[in-house]
Design a protein around this ligand. Structure first.
Ligand SMILES: [Zn+2]
Length: 278
């Protein structure tokens, strides 16, 4: 499932290629992927627009258009955005095709079909859910004090707190495990039991870890296309996620897996020894 680093990778790969391009036509094979306005209206308004830039907020991608309108996308579980020449083989489950100039197409595919698109007119009230997002992980306001304010009273495990998009936007199951490993905190430590030192480490490790994985995911446009937009090059650099029952890369102890708030967490019982509240 794409989290912030993967969405940021898509943004970085596609933005230089999409900038200034005209959307000639939009074709939808599954109109239900359009959340707002109606599918018909979506196509009508997008056609004839020129793409200004590609932005990101949390795990949302934002295609900013010349009129000031924007197309907002959430990839959810398995959404994928590709820019391809029109003769390039069409991926299965391609639900939307934006025909651009010079025989190129921007294609949205999604096996699980949870991904959604919106088109917002300039100044229109946001109905995407973006307005409820918490701070961006790279926001300088993400300080130990902010973490105290949002998590200081939470009687929920820190793993669960980190997945809450209204606190910090963009972190999912993979990177919460990686961040907690680097910070030496057990995923089942309650938010209210964090101490100043742990909050400081988290405030540092959240942006540092995500920046590291964005960097490791760097890919050229051709490689991105050849990999169908799913070639996540940072996977070999994951230290704990997906490594349950394997030795900890730092101390050699066996990594453990525990289900917390319905999500699987992998952690090192030796390195991640902070549980607090004793
Ligand atoms: Zn360890």
């Amino acid at each position: 499932m794409p989290e912030l680093p993967e969405v940021e990778t898509i943004r970085r790969v596609l933005e230089p290629q999409l900038k200034g391009k005209l959307i000639r036509q939009v074709r939808l094979s599954r109109p239900e992927i359009i959340s707002a306005p109606t599918a018909e209206e979506f196509c009508r308004r997008a056609e004839g627009e020129r793409i200004c830039s590609l932005g990101r907020r949390g795990k949302f991608l934002q295609i900013e258009l010349h009129s000031g309108a924007e197309i907002v996308l959430h990839l959810r579980m398995s959404g994928c955005l590709l820019l391809a020449p029109k003769e390039y083989p069409l991926a299965k489950h391609t639900h939307a095709i934006f025909e651009l100039e010079e025989g190129e197409e921007l294609r949205f595919s999604d096996v699980r079909r949870f991904g959604r698109l919106w088109l917002l007119a300039p100044g229109q009230e946001d109905c995407t859910g973006r307005q409820k997002l918490g701070l961006e992980p790279f926001d300088p306001q993400l300080t130990p004090e902010y973490l105290q304010q949002i998590w200081g009273k939470k009687k929920r495990p820190i793993k669960d707190c980190m997945l809450d998009q209204q606190a910090v936007a963009g972190i999912g199951n993979i990177y919460s495990d990686e961040i907690l490993f680097r910070a030496g905190i057990r995923p089942d430590c309650l938010g209210c039991n964090l101490e100043e030192e742990q909050r400081q480490r988290l405030a540092q490790m959240i942006p540092q870890t995500l920046a590291y994985f964005i960097e490791k995911n760097a890919i050229s446009p051709q490689e991105y296309l050849d990999g169908g937009g799913r070639d996540y090059r940072n996977t070999p650099f994951l230290q704990v996620y997906g490594h349950s029952a394997q030795p900890c890369p730092r101390c050699g102890s066996l990594l453990e897996r525990k289900v917390i708030a319905g999500r699987s967490s992998v952690f090192c019982p030796a390195c991640q020894n902070f549980l607090g509240g004793s």
